[in-house]
Structure formats: C-alpha cells, structure tokens
Design a protein around this ligand. Structure first.
Ligand code: ZN
Length: 60
C-alpha cells in the first residue's frame, strides 16, 4: 500500500477542508404557484415548467 512520506501540515489540511462546507440546495420560486422549486425541474405543486403547465398534478 502506498503511504504518504511526510505528514501534511495543519495549513495543508485546513486548506483542503475549506471546500467541506454543507451547502443548501439552490431554490427558486415557481412563477405560477410561487412555491419553492429546484432550478431546471418541473414544479411538483402545479406541474409547470418555463411558465407552461406540462404535467397534470393530482390536486386541481
Ligand atoms: Zn408551481
């Protein structure tokens, strides 16, 4: 097994961990029902995408 030759410094370790941040998913609002929706996804509430209803949802 390959083993690191030198111990990584605290600065190297910490700079690697600068990207280890939990990020919230990007959320936009639906132009029809104003519910929060993920970008590039059909709205789960009203079935709209790009301002047009393309999927019929169970609730009217
Ligand atoms: Zn909607």
């Amino acid at each position: 097994m390959a083993v690191p030759k030198k111990k990584k410094s605290k600065a190297k370790r910490d700079s690697r961990r600068t990207h280890d941040v939990a990020k919230l998913p990007k959320v936009t609002t639906c132009p029809q029902c104003h519910e929060p929706v993920l970008p590039h996804h059909v709205c789960p509430e009203c079935g709209a995408y790009k301002g047009r209803t393309i999927i019929k949802t169970e609730e009217s």
